[in-house]
Write a protein that binds this ligand. Structure first.
Ligand SMILES: Nc1ncnc2c1ncn2[C@@H]1O[C@H](COP(=O)(O)OP(=O)(O)OP(=O)(O)O)[C@@H](O)[C@H]1O
Ligand SMILES: [Mg+2]
Length: 338
């Protein structure tokens, strides 16, 4: 039995979890800073890192207490070392190093995006079921990323396409701001869209045929022009939110589906904060023609359990990070082949 402490501080969540054998969550504590950043309409990096400094020790103490264990019971300590905000990542990485050094525990630096992918196998019966699910296509959609990735095995990633401009989550956040819906935009747009008609306005879909790349800047600009056209009239917030959500999910679903067909994927996997979106989840399941794995919404957003899960495979392979483990704000999961 291997218990891993997973630490996540890449953005605005201070999180730590204890996970057994990569899939069984013993505890998962997340201290969100959303309220502190809402007034700025996005994450304020300096405030984020200061908050992590204040929260990291209590969050780790809480997670160990909830799991009913002590540091000596752990097999390893894993931490997100990129991508993310440098100042925020530093807090998690240095805390993990201190715990590792003081308790003589293996240290593992984890790619945050790999964590989002592995959130799919948290709560699986055991990790051996996962072996039968490759090759698969992963759609990683979050605040900073929109990527279609081919996975032929564990920790084996081939980047098929990515966004050429905004990430999907960023587009949700920016359009929510245009509609006066506040931050974070994804959940706010989803809620407003419940009372709207997804066909009320025809917003553009950038198909970028022949590639698996995305582009959302045209959609964002179209939403801006639409909002401006209601200058002297009441803004139909629900209809615009529903039409925007329909446009963005259409492109995400169709391109992922095409990739799954081309590469003979046994299944599709959704990952990242935007994977919490109800319409995206429903449409992907409806249109995919193959099984779709999606983490429960609370595991789509940043958390420590996904980091502990991803780390388990690296620990099994005998990998270890050294004391020179550094933060890598622009770390990639895979580089796109030409
Ligand atoms: N229900 C939802 N519908 C659409 N978008 C959502 C929903 N819930 C959250 N999001 C979006 O997910 C994003 C946050 O996801 P996540 O926490 O994974 O991003 P991040 O960690 O900041 O970025 P990254 O993972 O790329 O480093 C935000 O842009 C938010 O608006
Ligand atoms: Mg994230």
């Amino acid at each position: 039995m291997a218990l891993i402490l997973g630490i996540e501080t890449s953005c605005d969540e201070t999180a730590a979890a204890v996970v057994e054998n990569g899939c069984k969550i013993l505890s998962n504590v997340v201290a969100s800073q959303i309220a502190m950043h809402a007034q700025y309409g996005g994450v304020f990096p300096e405030i984020a890192s200061r908050e992590h400094v204040l929260k990291i020790v209590p969050v780790i103490e809480d997670t160990l207490k909830e799991a009913g264990i002590k540091f000596k019971d752990l097999a390893a300590v894993a931490v997100t070392h990129g991508p993310g905000l440098a100042g925020s990542l530093l807090v998690g990485v240095n805390t993990a190093k201190a715990i590792s050094f003081a308790n003589d525990l293996p240290l593992l630096g984890v790619n945050h995006l790999e964590g989002h992918v592995y959130a799919n196998w948290l709560e699986a019966a055991n990790m051996t079921v996962v072996e039968k699910q490759f090759p698969l296509i992963a759609l990683i959609v979050s605040g900073g990323h929109s990527e279609i990735v081919l996975m032929r095995g564990h920790n084996d990633y081939q980047m098929l396409g990515h966004t050429l401009d905004d990430a999907a989550g960023e587009a949700f956040d920016k359009v929510a701001r245009l509609l006066g819906l506040g931050y974070p935009g994804g959940p706010a747009i989803q809620k407003a869209a419940e009372d709207g008609d997804p066909n009320a306005f025809k917003l553009p879909r950038a198909w970028l045929r022949g590639t698996y790349d995305y582009s959302f800047s045209g959609l964002k600009t179209a939403a801006l022009h639409l909002v401006q056209s209601f200058k002297d009239k009441p803004l139909p917030v629900a209809d615009i939110a529903a039409s925007f959500q329909a446009a963005i999910t259409d492109v995400l679903v169709e391109k992922t589906k095409q990739a799954a067909e081309e590469f003979g994927a046994k299944q599709i996997l959704l990952a990242g904060g935007v994977a919490a979106n109800k319409r995206l989840r429903e449409q992907m399941v409806k249109r995919a023609d193959r099984p779709v794995l999606i983490p429960p919404p609370k595991l789509c957003i940043d958390n420590g359990a996904m980091i502990a899960s991803a780390a388990w495979w690296h620990l099994e392979k005998g990998e270890r990070s050294g004391w020179d483990l550094d933060v890598l704000p622009s770390l990639q999961l895979a580089v796109k082949s030409q």
